[in-house]
Ligand binder design. Structure first.
Ligand SMILES: Cc1cc2nc3c(=O)[nH]c(=O)nc-3n(C[C@H](O)[C@H](O)[C@H](O)COP(=O)(O)OP(=O)(O)OC[C@H]3O[C@@H](n4cnc5c(N)ncnc54)[C@H](O)[C@@H]3O)c2cc1C
Length: 389
């Protein structure tokens, strides 16, 4: 079968990259053209941004090298507008791309808009530049200075541990409304807290942040936590592009999709990763690589099916684990049910470090293999809850 079908993939992060490469392999004999758009030619390993923030240098992976030999056209640019009726995307340099199918994979970023001062006085892990700026700020600090990490989700925990391990001379304070590791089982959570204590991280849990000041974080109870450098990791926000383009989004701006991950307002638009609002029978999928790569896999397979004239199938997924690094020498992995509630099994220490490293390195290995094979990233399909009749 030969067709002239143009697929534009917006965003070459973890999910857009996988969707493009897998689709290229699945449609290699059909004449489908794929264009992948990303602002930077360097692939960002977001899973490792806390390592950059702590001063580590990562290997450089260039997108043109990652897609070499697949037939994918890489365009360096930022999408500034989508006209879903005309089926065109406009880039920041004025380039217009026509598409038959669009894959929306713009990801998410840390939301610094919720608390005054966070956007001006706090650093983020929003990409290598931001993480490097924080690392440079750390270099300028003297022994005994306090670093605050705001947000006790897994990203905040990983960042606090990484900084404390790299700079034991600094006082690292993790500030969180909830208890760090709250979603883990009792034993894994206790291990996580022991590890943070060993690294010298002070945890202020149950604290709402009112304001970020140039040299302190002000809590809702009026207390001031000294802060020579502040890293903000709490909350996520998505790009307004889909909303501005008239594509149906939810109250957070995530693209609302049907069971096959197609936009409910524009079925030729497929949304994946952090930018998609995916609901399954057991609940809502939240932005992780663990769930994002399966959405990319499903979308590549769906587009290949549709191009062949076949029906789309519903997306099925269940969570499997919560891997958390605690510096370079420690980690804890909580295994979970499909809905992400913890089971008894967990890993800690050296074995967990090895496990976490395999997880963090697996997307790049998956891309390389996916040029030649249909590699699956789905560990759990969600069991009975996601099975349809
Ligand atoms: C420090 C940290 C640690 C994490 N650890 C884990 C973990 O251990 N396990 C886990 O499962 N998840 C983890 N996550 C979450 C995970 O990184 C995200 O869920 C994942 O990156 C989502 O993939 P994505 O493709 O949707 O978005 P991204 O990987 O963010 O990719 C989006 C891409 O779109 C590009 N883009 C944005 N706007 C435009 C535009 N207008 N035009 C064109 N391109 C655009 C961006 O530049 C980027 O390349 C972590 C996140 C952080 C920050």
């Amino acid at each position: 079968m030969n067709t002239d079908h143009h697929v534009v993939v917006l965003g070459a992060g973890y999910t857009g990259m996988f969707a493009a490469i897998r689709l290229a392999h699945r449609t290699r004999r059909t004449g489908v053209r794929i264009t992948l758009v990303n602002p930077s030619a360097r692939f960002t390993e977001r899973l490792r941004m806390h390592q950059v923030a702590a001063g580590q240098e990562l290997a450089v992976h260039r997108i043109p090298d990652l897609v070499a030999g697949t037939g994918i056209t890489f365009v360096q640019g930022t999408a500034t507008a989508i006209d879903p009726d005309a089926r065109t995307v406009t880039l920041d340099d004025g380039t217009r791309l026509d598409y038959d199918t669009l894959v929306y994979a713009l990801g998410s970023a840390t939301d610094t808009s919720r608390v005054p001062g966070a956007d001006t006085h706090a650093h983020t892990l929003n990409g290598p530049r931001a993480a490097t700026r924080f690392a440079e700020a750390l270099m300028g600090l003297a022994a005994g200075d306090t670093v605050t990490v705001c947000g006790g989700g897994l990203t905040g925990v990983e960042a606090a541990a990484e900084i404390a391990e790299a700079r034991p001379d600094l006082a690292v304070t993790l500030i969180s409304t909830t208890e760090p590791g709250a979603m883990m089982g009792e034993k894994a959570r206790a291990y996580l807290h022991r590890s943070l204590r060993r690294l010298g991280v002070t945890v202020l849990a149950g604290q709402r942040i009112a304001k970020v000041l140039p040299d302190a974080v002000e809590l809702a109870n009026g207390d001031l936590v000294p802060s020579a450098a502040c890293l903000w990791t709490a909350g996520v926000a998505v790009a307004p592009l889909a909303r501005e383009s008239g594509i149906a989004v939810d109250e957070r701006g995530l693209v609302v999709v049907d069971a096959a991950l197609r936009s409910v307002s524009h079925p030729e638009v497929h949304a994946i990763g952090d930018a998609a609002a995916v609901r399954l029978a057991w609940g809502e999928v939240h932005g992780t690589c663990q769930s994002g790569l399966p959405t990319a896999q499903h979308t590549a397979d769906t587009i290949a099916r549709l191009v062949r004239g076949e029906q789309a199938r519903p997306f099925r997924f269940g969570y499997f684990h919560q891997p958390v690094s605690l510096g370079r020498r420690d980690a804890v992995i909580q295994f979970t049910r499909a809905d992400e509630t913890p089971v008894r099994a967990y890993l800690k220490g050296r074995l967990a470090v090895l496990y976490k490293e395999v997880v963090s390195g697996s997307p790049l290995k998956t891309y390389r293999l996916s040029k030649r094979l249909n590699v699956t990233t789905v560990v759990s399909k969600g069991g009975r809850a996601t099975r349809t009749a």
